[in-house]
Design a protein around this ligand. Structure first.
Ligand SMILES: Nc1ncnc2c1ncn2[C@@H]1O[C@H](COP(=O)(O)OP(=O)(O)O)[C@@H](O)[C@H]1O
Ligand SMILES: [Mg+2]
Length: 340
């Protein structure tokens, strides 16, 4: 998806309420204000996409062009897909100015119509991506927002990395997020400019977990319950929300000292919620999980006649999130589509 800087929301508008993360913000803001790039990393559910969206919303106002991509696991084998997402809507603006060999290679790679491959057109493609970013930057600052870098197709990662290393003072900044369990974010830095600042998201404190539960309507929990949720979730906001939900749905409250009424792993938590869907609704979600940006229209076209009601059921269960500005359906978390 691509948005012109001119049509963005006001710079300070934040789509999500973001709890905590003050130090990380100060750090990332400083880096972005100085023209640098930022890579957020941490485990599933820790809050990377939330912070990425908020920082992108804050910084989009200062960019002439915002290029976005959000990779998915099921499509990570498709070459050039991330680049097609990034450049899809802007290519027309700059392609006429590209040398012919670069234009042909890039167009055939991004439309999937030609025979382009990294092996065959390696140099032309690498130069084309660099030229495209330079041409866009000549019109004004460019912000590249890329989520879930761990699923970026390898061809796009290679081409982006090649360009990023050669951009020098060209005003192209990257704001990325990648899922990591440990410290293995380094290899993802290769898709980013050399001065990229990597920031790890740590767990929430107990009071932040408490604020999160409150904000999502899980109010009136005793201090000891909040303490249990904080401990069991390890301060992971997604896990804390799942635990809060399981507790709210449980007919009996645990007595003090009793363990929380939850399955032992998040996967089990997700599965238990999926189990509440009808078979047909689950099948519809499965179809949705196969697309990068599934919409109701697409589900209808795929023969899912009851898509409205079924996705509404999934949204009510917290499996899908909807955005009035965007017709694309979003899974509340990648683990959900992975568990289907
Ligand atoms: N700082 C935060 N403030 C409020 N909610 C948060 C925050 N961080 C995470 N969450 C919530 O926790 C869940 C997981 O966050 P998400 O950003 O999707 O994690 P990740 O991208 O790291 O997997 C979401 O429901 C999100 O709204
Ligand atoms: Mg995410």
């Amino acid at each position: 998806m691509t948005v012109q800087g001119d049509f963005k929301e006001p710079a300070r508008c934040r789509p999500d309420l973001v709890i905590g993360r003050e130090e990380l913000y100060a750090d990332a803001r400083g880096q972005l204000a100085g023209g640098g790039s930022v890579l957020l990393h941490g485990p599933a559910g820790i809050g990377k996409s939330t912070v990425l969206r908020a920082l992108a919303a804050e910084n989009a106002g200062g960019a002439r062009t915002v290029l976005r991509c959000s990779a998915t696991e099921s499509e990570s084998h498709l070459p050039f897909l991330a680049l097609a997402d990034l450049f899809g809507l802007v290519l027309d603006r700059v392609s006429a100015g590209l040398p012919a060999a670069q234009r042909t290679a890039l167009e055939s790679a991004l439309t999937g119509r030609g025979e382009s491959s990294l092996q065959r057109d390696g140099l032309a493609l690498r130069l084309a991506v660099l030229s495209t970013l330079r041409a866009l930057a000549a019109e004004g600052p460019v912000l590249v927002v890329a989520d879930d870098l761990q699923w970026l197709d390898s061809a796009s990662a290679e081409l982006l990395g090649f360009a990023a290393r050669r951009l020098g003072d060209t005003p192209v900044q990257m704001l990325c997020a990648v899922r990591t369990e440990g410290q293995e974010y380094d290899r993802h830095l290769r898709a980013c400019p050399p001065d990229t600042h990597a920031v790890r998201l740590g767990p929430f404190s107990r009071s932040q977990v408490s604020a999160l539960l409150d904000h999502r309507g899980y109010t009136g929990l005793s201090r000891s319950t909040v303490r249990d949720i904080h401990r069991t979730s390890g301060g992971n906001p997604l896990f804390a929300l799942e635990l809060g939900r399981a507790l709210a749905e449980s007919p009996t409250r645990p007595r003090p000292g009793e363990p929380l009424p939850v399955p032992t792993s998040l996967r089990a938590l997700v599965l238990s919620r999926l189990g509440m869907l009808s078979d047909e609704a689950r099948r519809t979600l499965l179809v949705a999980s196969a697309g990068a940006r599934p919409t109701l229209a697409l589900l209808h076209a795929a023969g899912r006649d009851q898509a409205e009601a079924e996705t509404a059921q999934a949204a009510a269960l917290g499996l899908l999130t909807t955005d009035p500005e965007d017709p694309a359906l979003r899974f509340a978390h990648p683990l959900i589509s992975a568990a289907l």
